[in-house]
Design a protein around this ligand. Structure first.
Ligand SMILES: [Zn+2]
Length: 197
């Protein structure tokens, strides 16, 4: 299922909300209309103002994001996903397509808090559970990477993120969806994507 939080007490950071709003382009007025009533950001001089270093309730964010997604459709969701890695900073350990795919889950947890604590501790490498994962699996035959998304975000958005992360290091890389039957957009719990190049 898309947009259903796994747990309560989770927050998302303002930068993540901003990245999605930024990716909306011509549809930015939708963001204001759905986010402000959920308590995410404020309206000033007709514009949405977000605290980039602030934290917002994850369930409210998913509710607003679900409404935005319904209005903009799958293709725009994919384009927003594609724009996410462009705005993100990555650790020096990200040097190729394999490390890039592994970094998605870390970045995801760095952008969420649980009980006021960031869900990935850079110093210890400890990760808290509660928002699902972007699981990485290297495949030998055919040479490829599987990314298994078990998280509350929408399928088309995640496909965009994975596509952009792949093309950062392998320009010809492609992403296909495996096991369509379990797809979150169809009420399933997991989307599996195969990255080839
Ligand atoms: Zn899917």
């Amino acid at each position: 299922m898309q947009f259903q939080p796994f747990e309560q007490g989770i927050e998302v950071n303002g930068r993540t909300v901003h990245s999605v709003v930024d990716g909306l382009g011509a549809f930015q007025n939708l963001a204001k209309r759905y986010l402000v009533p959920e308590g995410i950001g404020t309206e000033a001089s007709g514009k949405l103002e977000l605290d980039l270093d602030g934290w917002y309730p994850h369930d409210a964010w998913l509710r607003a994001f679900a409404r935005i997604a319904k209005d903009i459709g799958e293709e725009t969701l994919f384009q927003i996903g594609r724009s996410i890695p462009k705005n993100a900073a990555f650790p020096p350990s990200v040097v190729d397509i394999h490390s890039a795919m592994q970094a998605i889950d870390v970045a995801y947890h760095l952008n969420h808090r649980k009980n006021r604590a960031v869900m990935f501790d850079v110093a210890t490498g400890a990760m808290q559970e509660g928002i699902g994962h972007y699981r990485y699996e290297a495949v030998k035959d055919p040479p490829s990477i599987l990314v298994v998304c078990h998280n509350p975000y929408p399928c088309a958005f995640d496909r965009g993120i994975i596509t952009a992360m792949g093309q950062k290091f392998e320009l010809t890389s492609r992403v296909s969806h495996e096991d369509e039957a379990t797809c979150r957009a169809k009420g399933g719990s997991t989307c599996t994507y195969r990255v080839t190049w």
